[in-house]
Design a binder for this molecule. Structure first.
Ligand SMILES: [Fe+2]
Ligand SMILES: [Fe+2]
Length: 450
């Protein structure tokens, strides 16, 4: 395993080579000579691993979850070269040849080249196979990128599924990649929160566990950041939320694939997912930290400790678990609707409110509905005047009266803040967009990205 020292040597050699390119040009003998040391030091870094990934996180160079502080102290760190080419993440694969690294350094050192192609495509054309570059939205094809946060969601889902699979298979995970996903979602929440929450509401109908996990992560991060947690804590919480049901995935993959009613024994097995998940995640404490273990273990404990697993000598669950519990139940109640119970958001609100102080920590539950509203962003609703609208934005001080966008009948379109209607207009009831709402949406020419 490469030590931070070896990585810093590589970064230093890389930087020297880049500076030589800048001073003398790519054709100069001194530049050509400068290419050997970085290749040699990269070999040392790659000696104990298959890949080595560097990322630019918040303006600093990072390896896995460690910020390489020395790199930032160098007065002209390789970061500026990566940034100039809009590279936010670079992975070197074991087996890389010297000519590949040379080509990459030449590319970085070439100054303000007019690059018409994607960087990766450019490198591929130069015969580079063992260096992969990316942005935060690396895997998103350009056509999807226009969809904005929808693409962030889909892209995150992809990375999340990959990390889950890796843990389930006992393989290693890419903590830096995961951190970039979290960062992307956090930026989405900060800059375009209504949009990201809308995507999350729409996707809540999917029954896939990855979607559930991602939704719980988004909701938890949203709640925590609104509750004033630090950025770092919010990202850690998001990561923990992503893995809360990993034990369930493990069980369903290995044992339960049946669709018939479960036996008591099978229910017990499902209940064991909390403990099992914590055990699985213990192997990843080095890369993910301890919080995912705690949250996987405690997320069914409930605020009054009446859930499972049965614990002794614990006064109350960790605040991260209390947050995840609320978001977990909320998302699960929503998902149910697509095959049986058909709970409307106001019903879910009432169900959860009944358990305030028992299942849920009272203040967090209040805060949750204050920021989510009773009708979450993206909900399709009938107004009391029988027009159809989509919920657009919450009013934190009037959780039943959000801003809505009327779109049907089509000649009566408008954006209305229900709070300002003094009781003249309100939400009458919820419409399931995949059932009765489908025809209305079709008629209005609106398609909900699935
Ligand atoms: Fe669970
Ligand atoms: Fe869950």
């Amino acid at each position: 395993m490469a030590s931070l020292g070896e990585i810093e040597i590589f970064l230093r050699d890389l930087l020297i080579s880049l500076q030589t390119a800048k001073l003398y040009g790519l054709g100069h003998r001194l530049f050509k000579d400068s290419l050997s040391p970085p290749y040699k030091s990269l070999q040392a870094v790659l000696a104990g691993r298959q890949t080595f990934t560097l990322g630019v996180i918040e303006g600093e160079l990072a390896f896995e979850d460690q910020v390489i502080s020395d790199a930032a102290r160098l007065n002209l760190s390789p970061i500026s070269y990566l940034k100039e080419k809009k590279i936010e993440k670079v992975t070197f694969l074991r087996g890389i040849e010297k000519r590949e690294l040379d080509a990459f350094i030449g590319f970085l050192g070439a100054g303000k080249l007019e690059i018409k192609k994607e960087v990766q495509e450019y490198l591929m054309l130069a015969g580079v196979r063992n260096i992969v570059v990316g942005k935060l939205k690396a895997q998103v094809p350009p056509s999807q990128e226009e969809k904005g946060v929808g693409a962030v969601f889909v892209d995150s889902l992809h990375s999340v599924s990959q990390s889950l699979t890796n843990v389930l298979d006992g393989g290693s995970i890419d903590p830096l990649g995961l951190k970039l996903v979290m960062q992307g979602m956090m930026e989405g929440l900060i800059n375009q929160s209504p949009e990201l929450l809308k995507v999350s509401t729409m996707r809540r109908y999917d029954l896939g566990t990855s979607v559930h996990l991602l939704n719980v992560a988004i909701l938890s991060m949203h709640l925590a950041s609104k509750a004033g947690f630090s950025k770092d804590d919010v990202m850690d919480l998001g990561t923990a939320a992503l893995f809360h049901d990993i034990g369930k995935l493990y069980i369903s993959r290995k044992i339960i694939r049946k669709t018939e009613k479960l036996t008591d024994e099978e229910f017990d097995k499902i209940r064991s997912h909390a403990l099992l998940g914590a055990e699985l995640l213990l192997d990843y404490v080095d890369s993910l930290g301890i919080l995912p273990v705690v949250v996987a273990f405690e997320h069914h404990l409930k605020y009054d400790l009446s859930g499972y697993p049965k614990v002794q000598n614990l006064k109350k669950p960790h605040v991260a678990s209390l947050i995840v519990t609320i978001c977990d139940v909320y998302d699960a109640l929503f998902q149910k609707r697509s095959y049986k119970a058909d709970y409307a958001p106001d019903t879910i609100y009432n169900i959860m409110l009944k358990e305030k102080g028992t299942s849920f920590e009272p203040e967090l539950l209040e805060k949750f509905f204050q920021i989510m509203g009773v009708w979450p962003i993206g909900s399709l609703v009938y107004l009391s005047d029988e027009r159809v609208a989509l919920v657009k934005e919450e009013n934190e001080d009037a959780i039943l009266l959000p801003k809505v966008e009327v779109f049907y009948p089509v000649d009566k379109k408008e954006v209305i803040d229900l709070k300002e209607k003094n009781g003249q207009l309100s939400i009458a009831r919820y419409i399931n967009p995949w059932k009765e709402g489908k025809d209305i949406l079709d008629a209005a020419g609106i398609s909900l990205a699935k």
